[in-house]
Ligand binder design. Structure first.
Ligand SMILES: Cc1cc2nc3c(=O)[nH]c(=O)nc-3n(C[C@H](O)[C@H](O)[C@H](O)COP(=O)(O)OP(=O)(O)OC[C@H]3O[C@@H](n4cnc5c(N)ncnc54)[C@H](O)[C@@H]3O)c2cc1C
Ligand SMILES: NC(=O)c1ccc[n+]([C@@H]2O[C@H](COP(=O)([O-])OP(=O)(O)OC[C@H]3O[C@@H](n4cnc5c(N)ncnc54)[C@H](O)[C@@H]3O)[C@@H](O)[C@H]2O)c1
Length: 467
């Protein structure tokens, strides 16, 4: 291909935002280039974040025999003393298969992939710095920034120590830790702490905040904290880690504010993520950055330079694989096919957190409704109250629905327990269609299913809370 070739769209970054933006555009018959600095596509979603962590969770559940212990009271674990290779084997297989899937789709729809680091030369030109030291110049009618985020690595944390990791490095560990301190009880910290505890690793989860995942419905957050403690996670909340000089050998001592020190073999630091957007030289394209190097966009994902769009983690909240892909799709539609019904990203966005147990939610929490002065009714149903919940042996899960007292519409759905990230979708569809309690009262659910939780919760809200 001659240097300086022109494209209808140049996408920088092949994570979920870039992948979807590129494919949705290529399907319209447009000429699309994807510039990706890593050897394989997929971004944090496939290579270091979403897919690896969820695959490891499944592996941890299988290797630990946790599900069978809960269900049958016996340990049917595949193997005691699992090695790190056992732990990572399936994750590598899934990751490779995702690489093939994305490469296959790019090939099928004629997307040209350039391996190298992209940066702006001017508002329509991207320079690609290729691994062999050469550069290429690409011209784009439109450009999509989808360069994602990386773990925050404060200078005072000794990451050069071989047992102190961020969430990317964790995937290259050579031994299963006998003990680990997870610093940062955000979504990443909570998910990994559960995984390690399930594998029998002595696990501490440390955070300066008093409450676990405060963005969640308070009852769900409290229920998660209880379940995590039962799993063996030692929650150290409201304490800051002051220092931990790394020893060359032996345990690492973490000094905590106002508490006794913690001694562990490994440390996982996951206290947020950041964008590397200044590396793109956005000033050469006239693109402005906001706080924390975020790229501000309008409702169509356009930056202040209208033909340059940005999606995914670079634009900030909610910074999920699911939402990044949706934003990539919507941006592509706005660029090239803006009468199509896929035009906008949905108003109702679910969040799924793969702790043990997993949890998921969409819409408002009780605290948010109270703050807004909305009168609402709660419908609640325990997993243990429906046959399917008993069959799968989930004795603590529950579904909670929040309905508007006046309109009877569903305003929020919150669920914790096995398959919570699937169960939530019934509520999401109801909210997408602005349905309410009457939909659940009229619906016939398969028996035995967790879907029945909706019926039970709706009946309770109707009998006891709704006018
Ligand atoms: C441990 C972990 C678990 C997660 N779990 C979930 C989950 O369960 N569900 C969920 O929805 N989300 C989850 N997320 C979040 C999700 O992974 C991200 O929100 C999502 O990957 C962001 O997509 P993106 O396309 O914006 O960027 P990314 O996936 O970060 O991809 C950006 C791509 O751009 C490339 N790039 C960067 N700079 C350049 C450049 N200058 N030139 C060329 N290429 C460049 C990078 O190499 C990368 O491939 C998780 C994240 C982590 C870290
Ligand atoms: N299932 C999912 O959807 C999923 C899973 C994992 C990650 N993600 C995404 O990844 C992103 C990053 O997640 P994250 O967990 O790294 O960040 P986060 O911002 O969600 O949480 C960071 C946590 O670290 C704590 N913290 C900060 N500095 C600290 C310190 N010095 N000592 C102790 N605690 C400290 C904060 O109080 C906070 O609780 C999120 O935006 C999330 O959307 C999503």
């Amino acid at each position: 291909m001659p240097d300086g070739e022109s494209f209808d769209l140049i996408v920088i970054g092949a994570g979920p935002g870039g992948e979807m933006g590129a494919l949705r555009t290529a399907i319209l018959g447009k000429r699309v280039a994807v510039v990706e600095k890593e050897a394989e596509p997929g971004g944090a979603s496939v290579n270091t974040g979403t897919v690896p962590s969820k695959t490891l969770r499944e592996t941890a559940l299988a290797l630990s025999g946790l599900r069978s212990r809960d269900l049958y009271g016996v340990d049917l674990s595949i193997r005691r003393g699992a090695t790190v290779d056992d732990f990572l084997h399936h994750e590598r297989q899934v990751r490779q298969s995702e690489h093939s899937r994305i490469r296959g789709l790019f090939e099928k729809f004629g997307v040209t992939v350039f391996h190298g680091r992209g940066e702006f030369a001017d508002p329509h030109t991207v320079t690609v710095h290729q691994p062999d030291g050469t550069t290429r110049t690409l011209h784009g009618e439109n450009i999509l920034i989808a360069t994602g985020s990386v773990p925050i690595r404060p200078a005072e944390i000794p990451f050069d120590h071989n047992r102190i990791h961020d969430s990317d490095e964790l995937l290259n560990i050579h031994e299963l830790p006998r003990s680990i301190a997870v610093i940062g009880a955000g979504v990443i910290g909570c998910e990994y702490a559960c995984m390690f505890a399930a594998l029998g690793v002595e696990t501490y989860l440390i955070d300066g905040r008093e409450k676990l995942l405060p963005q969640l419905d308070a009852e769900i957050s409290a229920s998660l904290a209880k379940a995590m403690r039962a799993l063996g996670v030692q929650l150290v909340l409201g304490r800051a880690v002051e220092r931990f000089p790394p020893p060359s050998d032996g345990d690492i001592e973490l000094t905590l504010s106002g508490g006794t020190p913690v001694h562990v073999h490994h440390v996982l630091f996951c206290a947020g993520r950041m964008c590397r957007t200044p590396d793109l030289k956005p000033e050469l394209a006239g693109v402005q950055l906001a706080e924390k190097n975020r790229v501000p966009v309008n409702e169509h994902f356009q930056t202040n330079v209208p033909h340059i769009y940005a999606v995914g983690d670079v634009i900030g909240f909610p910074a999920l694989a699911s939402t990044s892909a949706e934003q990539g799709r919507a941006a592509a539609i706005h660029m090239f096919d803006n009468r199509h019904p896929e035009y906008a990203v949905a108003q109702v966005l679910p969040a799924g957190i793969y702790t043990i147990p997993e949890l998921s939610c969409a819409g408002a929490t009780e605290d948010e409704l109270k703050a807004k002065g909305v009168e609402y009714a709660v419908g609640r149903a325990e997993y243990a109250e429906v046959a399917r919940g008993k069959i799968i042996g989930d004795g603590s899960g529950f579904l909670k629905l929040l309905f508007d007292k006046q309109t009877r519409k569903l305003l929020g759905v919150h669920v914790i327990g096995e398959h919570a990230t699937e169960v939530v979708h019934i509520g999401v569809m109801a909210m997408m269609t602005e349905a309410g309690v009457d939909l659940f009262l009229r619906t016939c659910f398969n028996y035995p299913t967790l879907g029945e939780l909706y019926k039970l919760a709706a009946l309770r809200a109707d009998f006891f809370g709704l006018s």
